[in-house]
Structure formats: structure tokens, C-alpha cells
Write a new protein. Structure first.
Length: 208
């Protein structure tokens, strides 16, 4: 007899999986835990997904990663040639793309948390570190666009990597700690202000 799979049940399983991955991490989350969170038997979950890898791939498909990565790139590159963010008009590309990225992070909060900080052991385990390297390279590119063309020393590049590694971690922690949009916005806005001021100081500091 053919099995009839329901979209609402599939969606329920995916929502439970995302919550489990965000709470426990990919490695620690189990199919039994996900089934319980979805209010289903493990056997019923296996009717829809072959296993945890299939569930993870469905929860974080390639187009999700591509969209997130594209928004981050667009946001950084919207500052090309800009020395002072405060000088930008309210309708500047930077603010428009920043709002688009923030909206994405709020709408898909737990998926972003999983991707940035709970994906160890999964096919996307290296995403956070790849983003760090990408952000470092784009920060250097931005610095050159405003006249700071000096090649970074090894210690300076190491420091910049730590800055962006902390940035990614902090972003994930804010999205983990808050599910209220106003609190997410407030926390991210203040952290961003601190981050941009620190980067300005980093690149305008005295050369060694």
C-alpha cells in the first residue's frame, strides 16, 4: 500500500529538528529526541526522512546558505569607499541591506544559530569558520577602498581573525538568547556599533 505523506507533518518534523539542533547541537540531537519534540513516534519520522543527515539537509538546504552568504557579502561591500557609517543617508544601500540581513536572521533565527554555532559534525560544520575568513578578506578589501592599503602583518591578520570569530560567536549568542524581535534588534545594533568602531580603530592605528 502506498504511503501518503502530509506536508504539515513534514513541516512539524523539520521545526522540531531545528529546535533540537539549536538546543543540543547536531551531534547530540537524536531522531528519538526530534520525534518526541514533534509529538510523533520515531517510526513515523523515518517515514519522512531517512535519518538525521537527511533531516539536517532539509532544514538547512543549499539555497538557505547561499542566501545568508549573499546578504552578508552585500552588506560588507555596500560600505566600499565609506570612511564613516554615520555619514550615510538613512536610505543608503548599507542600511537597506542591513535591514534585509537582520530580517532574515529574525525570521530564521534558530536555523542561523544552528548554522553558525551548532553544526559541528554535520556537512556544514565549516560554515562558521569559512564566514570568518570571508569577513576578514572583505574587511581588508574595504580598508584598501578607503586608503588603508598597507599589507597586514601576520599578528595583525591573526588579531583580525579573532575579531571576526568573536563577531560570529556573538551574533549566534544574541540570536540564541533572545526570541523577541525588539531585543534582538537592540542587542545587535549596539554590538554592531561597537564592532564598527573597533574596526575603524584597528585599520587607522599606527603601523608597526
Amino acid at each position: 500500500m502506498a504511503q501518503y505523506l502530509k506536508q504539515d507533518v513534514r513541516d512539524r518534523i523539520l521545526d522540531a529538528a531545528v529546535r533540537s539542533f539549536a538546543e543540543s547541537g547536531y551531534v547530540a540531537a537524536t531522531m528519538r529526541q526530534i520525534a518526541k519534540a514533534a509529538g510523533l513516534s520515531s517510526g513515523n519520522v523515518y517515514r519522512y526522512f531517512g535519518g538525521k543527515e537527511d533531516l539536517f539537509a532539509a532544514a538547512l538546504p543549499t539555497n538557505f546558505l547561499t542566501t545568508f552568504d549573499s546578504l552578508v557579502r552585500r552588506r560588507v561591500r555596500s560600505l566600499r569607499g565609506v570612511r564613516d557609517v554615520a555619514s550615510l543617508a538613512p536610505n543608503a544601500d548599507f542600511y537597506l541591506v542591513s535591514e534585509e540581513l537582520l530580517r532574515f536572521c529574525i525570521d530564521y533565527r534558530l536555523r542561523v544559530v544552528v548554522l553558525l554555532s551548532r553544526s559541528s559534525g554535520s556537512v556544514h560544520a565549516s560554515f562558521g569558520e569559512r564566514m570568518v575568513r570571508q569577513l576578514v578578506n572583505m574587511a581588508v578589501e574595504h580598508a584598501r577602498s578607503i586608503g588603508h592599503g598597507r599589507r597586514l602583518t601576520a599578528p595583525e591578520r591573526f588579531a583580525l581573525e579573532q575579531i571576526y570569530r568573536n563577531f560570529v560567536v556573538a551574533m549566534a549568542q544574541i540570536l540564541t538568547n533572545y526570541d523577541d524581535e525588539s531585543r534582538i534588534r537592540s542587542s545587535l545594533r549596539r554590538f554592531e556599533r561597537y564592532h564598527l568602531a573597533g574596526l575603524k580603530s584597528f585599520f587607522e592605528g599606527d603601523a608597526p
